[in-house]
Structure formats: structure tokens, C-alpha cells
Write a protein that binds this ligand. Structure first.
Ligand SMILES: O=P(O)(O)OC[C@H]1O[C@](O)(CO)[C@@H](O)[C@@H]1O
Length: 520
């Protein structure tokens, strides 16, 4: 079959949404749909049950309700429906009050800036939205503290400068106990204090009821608090207050954003699978990686404003699908690695390897129809920059196909709030379907806990190591033996203390074992 014929055969378009998906450059066999029919049916069934409020996250005994956030009527009971609608309305009203100057900074002036403190799902979505669909000159500009890196924090605080007096800080944490976010909050609080400002009068919490953050913000009398629910996973929380508040503050049309997601939800509840874009994506992931994640997903949007999309998908896909066990408890070590930035920029970075190197990936191109809102100059006679952008996408797709490198192409008419909502919903639903195809729980993240626990232990030992420093120098082995801890850990702790003026380090040779550490 010619490329053109195969393209026509597998091309799926939702004309009403200005969206299409082209899987013709994935080298699957025509009997894929019949071979996968049983699993496809199970995936549809699981999705229907999930959307109806089943305990789709069995390990945590939770419902999975992110699809209700853009259509509250789908939530399984009146109380939930009301809570979703009221929270959305409250975030929009709060943002409107801030824009109108009804809610002001402590000095009575209008807020001019928003600082988001959060990490993972509590930052990546708001960051994507901020880059992709905020107006070029938003009513409030935005900054993020998404790490416990003091240097990163200092840079953001310095960039805000005197504007801190008119900055509203959103501390976002579903669990309300994430240490990076707690630290960011304390650093922000300290920055406000150092500037003679009352943090509580500039602070808003988005968190689960009863969490540490909830208690802290209530006790301190913060400006406002918006809820998060245990039935929304962090990585799918962008359409809850986690994302809607920051988006609304920046002047994003939140209702359009949600409408786009809801519209894609409607399309991708449909059968047959061959016309369901989310199921097609899931099937392509399954085909490419043989159901074992053997191929990486390279996400290449040809649109600068989508540069963070791959980073956003990285969490959505890898935290959802990267699982040790399947639903029957069997060790499966599932997952799909995701990376990418944007085209054509990446063509001058790693596309060389994609064409000629190890064939361990498939590309997802994202093509945006409308090049820009304004008129274009000609960069060559008859050609615009937008012509080049499309040329590079199409050229790269062809060049990869020539070498047997597979790709999917998604096309949206233009990049706006509606269409971003649509794309996010598409991938969320593909993740849900794929998880069913490979029989895993996409909604928990047990693996993340191991690193958190080890870090907590490390920090507890760091305090002891610091207390062990004396005027006489000692080696890592000596300190470790005294405390009964791992000498390598002790060595790194001592190095860290020395690098931060909390210890003196004397090098007496080339081996780390010979280094001496003393009190500063
Ligand atoms: O919103 P929280 O509870 O602070 O969690 C932040 C992120 O941390 C994780 O739980 C992983 O540790 C993500 O799933 C989540 O998005």
C-alpha cells in the first residue's frame, strides 16, 4: 500500500474540533485491531467504570475522578458534582476579584504577580499553561518555586524584587506534606518577612482538607484556601484548583480550556477503536514497545509555546505507567520513557541520532495549523517562517520514515486554551487505556516513596554528622564508625557541610578516605 493510501486508511479527524491524528507511519499490521480486540474491549469497560466512580486505584482504594473536573455532571454523586462546580466558580471569582482590585495586596495595591510554590503535578501543569496559553502580557505575571534548590529560590526572589509587595503566592500541594513545597513556602515566607511584608495576607493554599498545609494556612489566616481531593491524582490535577487558579489569574480562558478537554473526552469515549484517537495512541504505544515499553516516546511539538508539553507528559506517562507490578501482582516493570522539546530546534540537537542511531523510539509530532495571529514577512521570495516550520516537520517525518523510524502526527488547528485542553485530555485518556491494555494501576506511585524515605534517613544522619564535628579533623570512616552509618553517606555529608561553610575540609591525599573534616 502506498504511503498516501495508508495515510487515508488510518487518518482520523474530528472536524468539529479541528483535530486529527495520523498513525500511518507506524508500522503496525492491518490485523492489529482484531488481534487486540479483547484488550480493547476491557480497556473501554475499565474506562466506563472509572468514569462512573469505581475504585480504579485499588492500592489506595480511591476513585479516579479527573475526567469529572471538566464535566462535573459526570461525577458519581450530587455532593461531588457540587464541590467540583463550586470550587471552579470560587477560583474564577477569586481571580476576577484580584483583577478588579476587590482583593488586593496588604498595601491596598492591585496584585501584579503570582508566585506558585509546588512540585510535580502541582507545578508542571501550571508551568505548561503559563508557557502555552497565557496572553503575551498577562494581567499577573508568574514565577515558580518548584524545587528545594536555594540558589534557584534566590534567583526567583531576586527577579521578583520589589514587586513582592504586590505578589500573591499560591502554595499548591495535594498532600500538603511534600518537603520541597514546604521548604519553598518557608523560603517565600522568609522573603516576604525580610521585605517587611505579611506573608499570610499574600498567601493562598491549594491542598487537601486536613493536610499539614491546610492546618498551617488556616492557623496563619491566609488569604484563601481551595480544596484538592484524594480522587484526583497530582499528575492529572491541572483542571482542578491546582491549575485553574493560576491560569485564571494570568487571564487564561479557563472555561474554554476545560471545554476543550471535555470535548476530547466525548470523542474518545466512542467506538470503534480505529476512530478513537486516545485508543489509537494507546494502541500505537503498545505496538511500538511490544506492550513492554521497549521504545521511548519522543514528543516533538512544532510550536515554541508547547516546549513544556513533553516535560508535562513525562510525569503523566512515566509516573502513571512506570510500574513494577501489574494488577495481579506479577512483576512486569512497565513504563514508557518520554522526552523531547520542540521542533525544529531539536533537529539541531538530537534528531541526528533519531534518524541514524539506535532505533529505540517513536516520535509524536504535534503540528499546529495556524502559524501566527499577525501577518508574516517573506523570508525568501514567497516563503514565511511558518512555511519553514511546517517544512521542517514534514521533512523530518519523511526522513525518519525512510529509515524505518516510526512516528505519529497529531494536528491541531491553532494553539489556544480549548486546544491545549483537548491535547491534555487526549493523553490522559491514552494513559488510562494503555494502563488497561497492559493491566497496570496507572493511578498510584509507590516507587516515589523509596527515594523520599531514603532522603529522610539521610537528613536525620546529616544532623548527627554535623554534631560530630570537632576541632580535630576526622575522616569519613571515623565519623561513620562512631555513628554506625554508611561511610560513603558520611563522606558526602561531610563534603556538603564543607561546601557550605559548616565544616573545614583538609585534603591529605588523593583518596576520599584520607580527607579530614573538622568543625569550621
Ligand atoms: O501535590 P503534592 O502532594 O505536593 O505532590 C507533588 C507530586 O509529588 C508526587 O506525589 C510524587 O512524589 C507526584 O505524584 C505529585 O504530583
Amino acid at each position: 500500500m502506498s504511503h498516501w493510501d495508508r495515510f487515508q486508511k488510518y487518518f482520523v479527524r474530528y472536524s468539529n474540533l479541528g483535530f486529527s491524528i495520523d498513525i500511518s507511519r507506524m508500522a503496525f499490521e492491518d490485523d492489529l485491531f482484531s488481534k487486540m480486540a479483547g484488550r480493547i474491549e476491557s480497556a473501554y469497560k475499565a474506562m466506563t467504570e472509572l468514569e462512573a466512580g469505581a475504585i480504579a486505584n485499588p492500592d489506595e482504594q480511591r476513585m479516579v475522578g479527573h475526567y469529572w473536573l471538566r464535566n462535573a455532571r459526570l461525577a458519581p454523586n450530587d455532593a461531588l458534582q457540587q464541590e467540583i462546580s463550586e470550587t471552579l466558580a470560587a477560583t474564577l471569582k477569586f481571580a476576577a476579584d484580584i483583577h478588579a482590585g476587590t482583593v488586593t495586596a496588604a498595601n491596598g495595591k492591585k496584585f501584579t504577580r503570582v508566585l506558585v510554590v509546588g512540585i510535580g503535578g502541582s507545578a508542571l501543569g501550571p508551568q505548561l499553561v503559563a508557557n502555552a496559553i497565557t496572553p503575551a502580557n498577562p494581567p499577573l505575571s508568574i514565577s515558580f518555586l518548584d524545587n528545594t534548590d536555594p540558589d534557584g529560590i534566590d534567583r526567583v526572589v531576586a527577579q521578583i524584587g520589589d514587586e513582592l509587595a504586590t505578589t500573591i503566592t499560591l502554595v499548591i500541594s495535594k498532600s500538603g506534606g511534600t518537603k520541597e513545597t514546604r521548604n519553598g513556602m518557608l523560603e517565600a515566607e522568609a522573603a516576604y518577612k525580610a521585605a517587611g511584608l505579611d506573608f499570610a495576607k499574600h498567601a493562598v493554599a491549594v491542598t487537601g482538607a486536613g493536610s499539614e498545609l491546610d492546618k498551617h494556612s488556616t492557623a496563619q489566616g491566609w488569604l484563601a484556601r481551595f480544596p484538592m481531593w484524594d480522587w484526583v491524582g497530582g499528575r492529572t490535577s491541572l483542571m482542578s484548583a491546582v491549575g485553574t487558579l493560576a491560569a485564571a489569574l494570568q487571564g487564561v480562558d479557563v472555561l474554554q480550556f476545560l471545554a476543550g478537554a471535555a470535548a476530547m473526552d466525548v470523542e474518545t469515549r466512542q467506538r470503534p477503536a480505529s476512530e478513537n484517537a486516545a485508543m489509537l495512541l494507546a494502541l500505537m504505544w503498545h505496538h511500538a514497545g511490544k506492550g513492554q515499553g521497549l521504545k521511548d516516546m519522543v514528543v516533538l511539538p512544532y510550536k515554541d509555546r508547547l516546549v513544556l508539553f513533553s516535560k508535562y507528559l513525562q510525569q503523566l506517562v512515566m509516573e502513571s505507567l512506570g510500574k513494577e507490578h501489574d494488577l495481579d501482582g506479577k512483576v512486569v516493570n512497565q513504563g514508557i520513557a518520554v522526552y523531547g522539546n520542540k521542533g525544529s530546534t531539536d533537529q539541531h540537537a538530537y534528531v541526528q541520532q533519531l534518524r541514524d542511531g539506535v532505533n529505540n523510539f517513536f516520535v509524536t509530532f504535534i503540528e499546529v495549523g495556524k502559524a501566527r495571529d499577525t501577518a508574516s514577512i517573506e523570508v525568501d521570495p514567497g516563503f514565511t517562517t511558518g512555511d519553514y516550520l511546517q517544512g521542517f516537520l514534514r521533512g523530518t517525518r519523511k526522513a525518519l520514515a525512510e529509515k524505518g523510524r516510526e512516528s505519529i502526527t497529531l494536528n491541531i488547528s491553532e494553539l489556544n486554551a480549548f486546544n491545549l485542553g483537548m491535547l491534555i485530555a487526549l493523553f490522559e485518556r491514552a494513559v488510562s487505556f494503555y494502563a488497561s491494555l497492559v493491566n497496570i494501576n496507572a493511578y498510584h506511585q509507590p516507587g516515589v516513596e523509596a527515594g523520599k524515605k531514603a532522603a529522610t534517613d539521610f537528613l536525620a544522619q546529616l544532623a548527627k554528622v554535623r554534631a560530630e564535628l570537632t576541632v580535630t579533623g576526622r575522616t569519613a570512616d571515623e565519623v561513620a564508625a562512631k555513628l554506625g552509618i554508611d561511610p560513603e553517606d558520611a563522606y558526602h555529608m561531610l563534603n556538603h557541610l564543607a561546601a557550605n561553610a559548616q565544616a573545614k575540609m583538609v585534603l591529605t591525599g588523593d583518596s576520599p578516605a584520607l580527607d579530614q573534616f573538622a568543625a569550621p
